[in-house]
Design a binder for this molecule. Structure first.
Ligand SMILES: Nc1ncnc2c1ncn2[C@@H]1O[C@H](COP(=O)(O)OP(=O)(O)O)[C@@H](O)[C@H]1O
Ligand SMILES: [Mg+2]
Length: 233
């Protein structure tokens, strides 16, 4: 569904990604791990057509079509939705306005009613400016807003960052539910436990600016030495 090949990207003369190969099959959840600063956000922004960074090589295909070089707007239109790091909801708009902005109705797909069913908390706060929501509620809103576009693939950049454990569990359970519902997901995470719980496959970006390890969550869970090597735990 989403395939990245030999992707090179960076900032000015500083190359961060030196050839990333990564595949997310339809209905699969893939977690992208890597220590802080390894290039998870750079990869996700490159895939979405956001600048900076600047992509200097490679290919990205979504549902069989090349999307590299297209505008972020066009890439979104073709079915890629981003839940950005730090959530970035439009603080002066209400919850409901945020959700409506990108709504692309499909038969049986996500709409306001379904998002409110997924996150009852958002229904309660539908008329409040989203700037007054808690971090957890803003994360729900950012996820809801992405789902409203009825995307082929959702990219999430550290959705559990800065959240209290109870809310982190809500995010985890939501991702698991979405995956079971057939949503294709690529999620960058530093929280390894969450990644292990959610993902069908893991990919780890290392210092080389490449994917240094790929495999099943069970392999990593049962191998503390490998885990320490890859993600420093
Ligand atoms: N806007 C930017 N300009 C210059 N360098 C950047 C910028 N954003 C990130 N970087 C650098 O790129 C590298 C990868 O960062 P990032 O993709 O944010 O990593 P991660 O998301 O894995 O924490 C880091 O060395 C970071 O300092
Ligand atoms: Mg990041």
């Amino acid at each position: 569904m989403l395939e990245v090949k030999e992707l090179r990207s960076g900032y000015g003369k500083g190359v961060v990604l030196h050839g990333i190969d990564l595949k997310v099959e339809e209905r699969q959840a893939v977690a992208l791990l890597g220590r802080n600063g390894m290039g998870k956000t750079t990869l996700i922004r490159s895939i979405c057509g956001l600048e900076p960074p600047t992509v200097t090589g490679g290919t990205v295909t979504l549902a069989g079509e090349g999307i590299l070089g297209l505008s972020n707007y066009e890439i979104a239109r073709r079915g890629l939705a981003l839940v950005p790091q730090g959530r970035r909801v439009f603080g002066t708009l209400t919850v409901e306005e945020n959700l409506r902005i990108g709504h692309r109705p499909t038969d049986g797909g996500w709409d306001l009613g379904k998002v409110y069913e997924l996150f009852p908390r958002l229904a309660e706060r539908r008329n409040q400016p989203s700037g007054v929501l808690s971090g957890g509620e803003q994360q729900m809103l950012a996820i809801g807003r992405a789902l409203m576009t009825n995307p082929l693939v959702v990219l999430m950049d550290e959705p559990s960052e800065g959240l209290a454990p109870a809310i982190r569990d809500v995010v985890r359970d939501t991702l698991i539910a979405l995956k079971e519902d057939g949503q294709t997901i690529l999620v960058a995470e530093q929280n390894v436990d969450l990644a292990l719980d959610v993902a069908d496959r893991l990919a780890v970006i290392g210092e080389s600016g490449r994917i240094e390890w790929e495999g099943d969550p069970a392999e990593l869970r049962n191998d503390p030495v490998l885990m320490n090597d890859l993600v420093g735990l």
